[in-house]
Ligand binder design. Structure first.
Ligand SMILES: [Zn+2]
Length: 180
């Protein structure tokens, strides 16, 4: 009889078992570069909303991802951080050049002005711990011109800047920050 343990029988750890549990994706690898880069926050609470917005509103399904705490805001120091945004800008530049990015989607997130503080971006709260949702939103909007300056290259790069805002009722609204 096999020895039972919390992790199953001894047989479960044999190499044959490991191979048998490998998973092969139903779709093959896509060799085509999407030429679109989405820079967004790592916050998984919005993952499905972001996926749905990109697919259904922007028609963007295939894209490179730079998902980092703070999203596009992490590329700016706001006079609070220096080494981190510089390093992240280098990583972003690498992606832009290596993957021949032609379209950039910068996606902030947070609470609406009257929304729950818990929905705010943790990275912005780290940089501005005493800001309420409306003040964080104002800061993100103030960061837009600097991002536009940062991405004034390459010539012809298409840039879209949005914020995913969680409303008091829990719904998620995507606001175009270049139109506001
Ligand atoms: Zn965040």
């Amino acid at each position: 009889m096999n020895q039972q343990s919390y992790f199953g029988t001894d047989k479960a750890s044999t190499p044959e078992r490991t191979l048998a549990t490998a998973y092969t994706a139903p779709k093959p690898w896509s060799s085509a570069r999407p030429h679109t880069l989405v820079v967004a926050c790592s916050d998984g609470r919005l993952q499905e909303n972001v996926d749905e917005f990109l697919a259904n509103h922007l028609g963007t399904i295939h894209y490179d991802r730079m998902y980092i705490p703070g999203g596009p805001g992490a590329l700016i120091g706001n006079g609070v951080e220096f080494a981190r945004p510089e390093q992240l800008r280098k990583e972003c530049t690498f992606l832009m050049e290596a993957h021949q990015i032609e379209q950039l989607i910068l996606l902030f997130h947070g609470a609406s002005d009257d929304g729950l503080e818990a929905a705010c971006c943790a990275d912005y709260k780290r940089k501005f711990p005493h800001h309420n949702p409306a003040q964080i939103n104002a800061q993100q909007e103030a960061d837009v011109p600097e991002l536009l300056r940062l991405f004034s290259w390459p010539h012809g790069l298409r840039i879209h800047i949005y914020r995913a805002e969680v409303l008091p009722d829990g719904s998620v609204r995507f606001v175009d920050l270049q139109q506001s």
